[in-house]
Every structure is written in C-alpha cells, then in structure tokens.
Design a binder for this molecule. Structure first.
Ligand SMILES: [Zn+2]
Ligand SMILES: [Zn+2]
Length: 245
C-alpha cells in the first residue's frame, strides 16, 4: 500500500493514472448521486449519501476515502463532499449516460416511466463514450430525461429551472418542470405521480396548502390530487408564464 500511494503521489504518474482509470459502477453511482445533490444546492454529507444510496454509513465512508484518494472528490471542514474537476467530468458523463438511457428506455423500448430510473442505472455503466454520442444524436439531441432533468451538453450540466412545489402559494397555477432525481428512484411515488398526470409540462393549480396536515391538494387535468409536503418538495415547477412552450 505504501509503495502504491507513493507512486500515485508523484505528479506525472498520478495525473496519468487518474485519467486512465474508468470508475467502477459503484463509484459511478456515487458520482451520480453527488452531482444530483449538488445541482439542487444540497450539501453532500456521508449520512445523506448513505440514505440516498441505501448503504451503511461505514460503507459510504470507505468509498468516499477511495474516491478522494483517486482524485474524484474533496471534503471540506464540515465533511461536506465536493467534486474535483476530474470528478465533475466523470459525474457529468454518468449523468448524461443515465438520462439518455432513460430516454431510450421510455421512448423506444416503451419501459414504464416509473421503472426507467432503475433500468437506466443498470444500463448506464456499460455505455461507452462512442455509444453515448450515437444515442444522443439518434434520439434527436434530447434536452431532458423523461422526468424533465436536463441532459448535459458539451460536458456541462445545464442549471436546474424552477422551484419545489411545496413553496408555491394557494391558487397559483404552475407548470411541472422536473421531478427530482431523489424521487425518480422511488417507484411507487413515481407511479402515483405518473397516474395522476404530474409529469413535465403538466399544468397544476394549487388548491389547498395544509401545512398542519403535511399535505397539499392540487388540481391537474380537472382532477384533485393529494400530495404529501415531502413528495411535493420533489416536484419542481415554473410559473405558468415562464414555461418552455
Ligand atoms: Zn445510476
Ligand atoms: Zn430521469
């Protein structure tokens, strides 16, 4: 171990190694989760990653240590995780492969909306740079995944638009922009949202905000739909006048 770290620490060799190592599927899942949290301006802490990735905190700690050693992440004073330039590049790549895989699954293979995330997480690690570029053009340079999350362009992840639905006042009408990646892995919630018609582009009117009961009532397609505050916080919306269309 000593010898290895010495080799990695010598500047030229270290750099070369970093660029050549293809992250393992596990590390790619971490990079994906970290970038998704950072893009929503959430601070990334070990405990939150453990919850998100459904692994134990000691496992997260060990994996993060390896990722720091490989130059993918850095940790701050309060142990918050950030991506290095190299880590960011790798993270943007896996996020792009994930979102393109979802498009392929829903648009071409007709996999249900709520199952696309899980299936994409299986597929994405086997997609090479070359196939990713082919997928991108074959699918017609899609701007977002089926859940409205932006697909990176030229190695850059576009900023997220909108605000969480639980911050909107009663009687306002909004358009669904995206469903947070935090929700897309929760298949029952995704199925509920999908069946209620709460998908990108849907028009919602907030009928009642009952903080005391932890829920809000919205009107979508002339139907009333109940959402818990937590679920509503995962649906990002834009004002009606500010939509893409
Ligand atoms: Zn994934
Ligand atoms: Zn998605």
């Amino acid at each position: 171990m000593r010898k290895l770290s010495l080799i990695a620490a010598s500047p030229g060799v270290g750099l070369k190694m970093k660029n050549e190592i293809q992250p393992t599927p596990t590390v790619e899942e971490y990079l994906e989760a970290i970038l998704n949290m950072l893009s929503e301006s959430k601070s990334v802490l070990g405990a939150r990653l453990a919850e998100r990735l459904q692994v134990s905190p000691p496992t997260v700690t060990a994996t993060l240590q390896r990722m720091a050693r490989d130059g993918l992440i850095a940790t701050g004073k309060r142990k918050e995780v950030t991506l290095t330039e190299h880590g960011m590049k790798m993270a943007v790549s896996i996020v792009k492969r994930h979102r393109l895989a979802e498009r392929l699954l829903t648009d071409i293979l007709k996999v249900p909306w709520h199952e696309a995330h899980r299936e994409a997480c299986l597929l994405e690690h086997g997609i090479s740079e070359k196939v990713m570029d082919r997928l991108y053009t074959t699918l017609g340079n899609p701007k977002t995944c089926p859940h409205g999350n932006p697909i990176p362009v030229d190695d850059v992840l576009p900023p997220l638009r909108g605000t969480p639905l639980d911050t909107i006042s009663e009687e306002e009408t909004v358009i669904v922009e995206r469903i947070s990646e935090e929700a897309t892995r929760l298949e029952e919630l995704m199925q509920y949202l999908g069946e209620a018609g709460i998908k990108p582009g849907a028009v919602l009117t907030i009928k009642k905000v009952a903080d005391y009961a932890g829920m809000i009532k919205v009107i979508v397609n002339d139907k009333e739909v109940l959402l818990g505050i937590r679920a509503a916080s995962l649906v990002w919306v834009v004002p009606e006048s500010n939509s893409r269309s």
